[in-house]
Design a protein around this ligand. Structure first.
Ligand code: IPD
Ligand code: CA
Ligand code: CA
Length: 285
C-alpha cells in the first residue's frame, strides 16, 4: 500500500472506532440541525478531528477541506477532502449504512482514496494508477453492457428541493430503463459499490466535494467513468455526478440528457469565470 494511503487508512479506522462506539447509544447524542434535514452530532465533529489530527501529525504542511471544520491551508499542493461520517441520517436512525470518506488531491488531481464502512469492516482504497481494492482484493466495475440489465444507485433530494421535479423526471425514465434503482443513503458508499461491481452505475444531483472525491477515484481506478451530467469534468465542482462502467455510463447520460435544465449543464464557462474571480480576490487580499 502507498505510504500516504496507509496514514489515511489509519485515520479512517480511528474515526470508525469513534463512530461505532457512539452507534451503541445514538439516543444519548446531542443533535444539531445545520439547515433543513441536515444534522450534525458531536460524533461527526469528533471523527473529523481525529482524522485531521492523524493526517496533520504525518503531514503538517498539508491543507484540508472538511465537512465539519471547513478549510485550512488551501495554498498547499496537497489537500485532504474529508467526510467524517457520510450517511449521518442513517446513523442517527440506526440504519447501518454510513462510512468515512477521505481523499487526497495533489496539485488539483485526486491521488488517494479511502472509503471505510465500519459496520461491515469494508475498506475500499485506491491510489491513482495503482487500481482500486476492497480490503486486500482488487475490484473492478462490472462489464454489463446494457443499462436495461443494470442496477443503478442514486440519491433522492431531501434537503434542497430546487431540482426535485427534474430529478423525478430522471428517476421515472431510469426506472423504466434499468433492472432497478437503489438508494441506501451514503453517496461515498454508493460510488464504492460501483467500483466493486455491486451496482453498474450511480447518479445524484448537487453533492459536495467530500461526498464524492474518494468514491470517484475508486470508480476510475476500478475501470469506470465519472462525469457530470454531460459527461464532462465539472462533477467535483458542481456535485452533479454520473458514474458507471463505460457502457452503462454513456447510456445513463443519454437517459438523463432530455431532462437537463441549464442549471444542471456542465457550467464549464462559469467555472472558469468563478476561478478567475476567486484568484483576483486572493491577490487583492
Ligand atoms: C449525504 C449522503 C446522502 C446524499 C446526501 C449527502 P451526509 O451525506 O451522502 O447519500 O444523498 O446528498 O449529503 O450529510 O450524510 O454526510
Ligand atoms: Ca456526505
Ligand atoms: Ca457527513
Amino acid at each position: 500500500m502507498h505510504p500516504i494511503l496507509t496514514i489515511a487508512v489509519k485515520a479512517a479506522r480511528r474515526a470508525g472506532n469513534i463512530i461505532t462506539r457512539a452507534s451503541q447509544d445514538v439516543g444519548a447524542l446531542k443533535i444539531q440541525s445545520k439547515t433543513y434535514n441536515d444534522f450534525v452530532t458531536e460524533v461527526d465533529r469528533a471523527a473529523e478531528r481525529e482524522i485531521i489530527e492523524t493526517l496533520r501529525d504525518a503531514y503538517p504542511d498539508h491543507g484540508f477541506i472538511g465537512e465539519e471544520s471547513g478549510t485550512s491551508n488551501l495554498e498547499s499542493d496537497n489537500i485532504w477532502i474529508i467526510d467524517p461520517l457520510d450517511g449521518t441520517t442513517n446513523f442517527l436512525h440506526g440504519f447501518p449504512q454510513y462510512c468515512i470518506s477521505i481523499a487526497l488531491q495533489q496539485n488539483g488531481v485526486l491521488t488517494q482514496a479511502v472509503v471505510y464502512d465500519p459496520n461491515r469492516n469494508d475498506l475500499f482504497t485506491a491510489t491513482r494508477g495503482r487500481g482500486a481494492y476492497l480490503n486486500d482484493k482488487r475490484i473492478r466495475v462490472t462489464s454489463r453492457p446494457k443499462l436495461q440489465d443494470s442496477i443503478i444507485g442514486t440519491g433522492f433530494p431531501f434537503r434542497d428541493f430546487q431540482h426535485l421535479d427534474t430529478y423525478l423526471a430522471m428517476f421515472k425514465d431510469m426506472i423504466k430503463k434499468t433492472a432497478g434503482l437503489r438508494r441506501p443513503g451514503s453517496a461515498a458508499l454508493d460510488l464504492a459499490y460501483v467500483a466493486a461491481g455491486w451496482y453498474d452505475g450511480f447518479w445524484e444531483i448537487g453533492l459536495s466535494k467530500w461526498d464524492i472525491a474518494a468514491g470517484a477515484l475508486l470508480v476510475q481506478e476500478a475501470g469506470g467513468i465519472v462525469g457530470d451530467f454531460e459527461g464532462n469534468d465539472s462533477w467535483l465542482e458542481t456535485g452533479n455526478i454520473v458514474a458507471g462502467n463505460p457502457k452503462v455510463f454513456s447510456q445513463m447520460l443519454q437517459t438523463l440528457a432530455p431532462h437537463l435544465t441549464d442549471a444542471l449543464r456542465s457550467k464549464i464557462a462559469e467555472k472558469i469565470v468563478h476561478t478567475d474571480t476567486a484568484e483576483q480576490t486572493d491577490t487583492e487580499e
